[in-house]
Write a protein that binds this ligand. Sequence first.
Ligand SMILES: *Cc1c(COP(=O)(O)O)cnc(C)c1O
Length: 445
Amino acid sequence: MNNKHTAITPSEQNSLLRLDKEHVWHPYTSMSEPLPSYLVDSAEGVTINLASGEQLIDGMSSWWSVLHGYNHPKLNAALQQQAAKMSHVMFGGLTHISAITLCEKLVKLTPPGLEKVFLSDSGSVSVEIAMKMALQYQHARAEKSQHKLTKTKLLTVKNGYHGDTFAAMSVCDPVTGMHQIFEQVLMQHYFAPAPKVKFGQVWDSNDVTELSALFAQHHAEIAAFIIEPIVQGTGGMRFYHPEYLKACRNLCDQYDVLLIVDEIATGFGRTGKLFACEWAGISPDIMCLGKTLTGGYITLAATLCTTHIAQTISEGVAGCFMHGPTFMGNALACAVANASIDLLFENDWQAQVQAIESTLINLLKPLHDHPRVIDTRVLGSIAAIECRQVVNVAKIQKRFVELGVWIRPFGTLIYIIPPLIINTEQLTTLVHAIATVLDEDDCFS
Ligand SMILES: *Cc1c(COP(=O)(O)O)cnc(C)c1O
């Protein structure tokens, strides 16, 4: 383990962590018995520097968002240059070069047909916007044709994850998405079984039998179908067959249902394609982007849609789409997103992802037969190790820190999704740390 001198003294560290525990919510942990938090002093490249001096190789990309590493000179410069002009101006009635450039880039890079961009604050909000767009579109269509509005529900698949806000939560997996707590208030939607045929397996069209039946039975009520393309992320790092996604596109066309693709986790090269939709060669009607959009620097998301959807909504009773967040089109976020996308191409993201993928496939081979492991899988820059037992997060986290890595497993899954600039030696350190903890009984429960 490497150690680095930091300016925060040990007694300051203790009092900061005491205050943190007393007053600060952290995600998905108890406020009365919280999992420990580690105090970070700085981060650079693929290294997170703890205030206590440990240097950790980052296997998480700060929840899948960092692409080019921390504290990148070009991304820092983009922020500084933008801040020197203005950090933010309202987007109602005003516009600016950073937002215009970004939206033009997104239209060019995403699959054909997506031509209108709605910028927002975070992934969950971009999903709320996508769902609202689909519903407002169906409302406008019904109004125009003077038909009764019946398409007011969504269809999705189990094991999905689309965010923590209410509309997004209503299309998350009903079990892991904690629907029972909010049953009284959540919108009720339709759920098909999760895709079963894995990426790389032989396709079996039976995988869409139940999905097809749900479309056939309920299409008159269904405004849109929403799915994470190719990778079901938070719902278990499941990689499914591109033919499934193709079938979704066909069913949506056949039954006059909009296709919403949530590329928040998969966008910008993660799976080996710039967007995971490309594995199936399809274009959705609506696409959500977030996480890596700013290279992990600031929160920003985008919802893209077709001209047809935008026009239909605009011709409806409201005359406009009914949404407008305060920080829409934030200039700092747009500036750093532009710089991050430019870097993606300067750095040859495809070569970066291919190198990570082949290194991870090799490194994970010996773990496949480990008695504690059910499955190992790699797609692009994502690797998952599914264990027989649930991890003990506090213990395994402590061990990973001792081993000089930052990896945060959940449930039975140990996964890594590193920044694209990671090298072979650093990847080896990450996988060796995983191999080490797999042999330690007290890291599992
Ligand atoms: C993370 C994630 C979201 C939610 O994004 P936030 O920025 O956390 O609100 C939505 N969909 C998918 C697929 C995600 O991975």
